[in-house]
Design a protein around this ligand. Structure first.
Ligand code: GAR
Length: 200
């Protein structure tokens, strides 16, 4: 039976689209739910247009009580009964309690070559450091922020004169290739990392 995949997002959802499009044919998984922490997240409409069930749990009424927000999120997720949860631009920090409930089944994409640049503003930080390359990482989610076993990395060059926006666009294109490749492997029970470009 195909694995059920829930995708959590906060923004436009271009990674969600790449993941959802990839789950067809002989792919071992199918999307079961796309969920956001705001009704306004652009990714919700894109998912609905693709015929995927969508929902949201607004984090704002829960301000100051992260655990209560996560309980609501967890309850909604449980109704969809996913085997795998993909974080795809989900911009809420998750507590240890929530992560523990999904550990081993929850993966995330982060726009840097981890362990470099955990957190925000990854592209500006890579440019400021004078890095010659940048990229993105898919990893298993563990309680520490942007940590956890690496399931894949894609590298792109940093070009002369790049702005953070230029670099973000180049990395985002790499994300759209990396995340589906990792999910396909992960859903098949294979946790060997995907390297893009492939190691020699
Ligand atoms: C992506 O670049 C993703 O790596 C990043 O948010 C963007 C979402 O874009 N995630 C993080 O920064 C998580 N810490 P999308 O909504 O178009 O997929």
């Amino acid at each position: 039976m195909a694995k059920r995949v829930a995708i959590l997002l906060s923004g436009g959802g271009s990674n969600m689209v790449a993941l959802a499009r990839s789950m067809e044919g002989d792919h071992p998984a199918r999307p079961c739910l796309v969920m956001a922490n705001s009704a306004q997240a652009g990714g919700l409409k894109r998912a609905a247009d693709m015929g995927i069930e969508t929902d949201f749990v607004d984090h704002r009424p829960f301000e100051g009580d992260r655990a209560a927000f996560e309980d609501a999120l967890h309850a909604r997720l449980m109704r969809a009964a996913p085997d795998i949860v993909c974080l795809a631009g989900f911009m809420r920090v998750l507590t240890e309690g929530f992560v523990a409930r999904w550990q081993g089944r929850m993966i995330n994409i982060h726009p840097s070559l981890l362990p470099k640049y955990r957190g925000l503003n990854t592209h500006a930080r890579a440019l400021e450091a004078g890095d010659g390359e940048a990229g993105c990482t898919v990893h298993e989610v563990t309680p520490a922020l942007d940590d956890g076993p690496i399931l894949g990395q894609a590298r792109v060059p940093v070009l002369q004169g790049d702005t953070p926006q230029d670099l973000a666009a180049r990395v985002l294109a790499a994300e759209h290739a990396l995340y589906p490749a990792v999910l396909r492997r992960f859903a098949a029970g294979d946790r060997r990392p995907v390297w893009m470009p492939e190691a020699d």
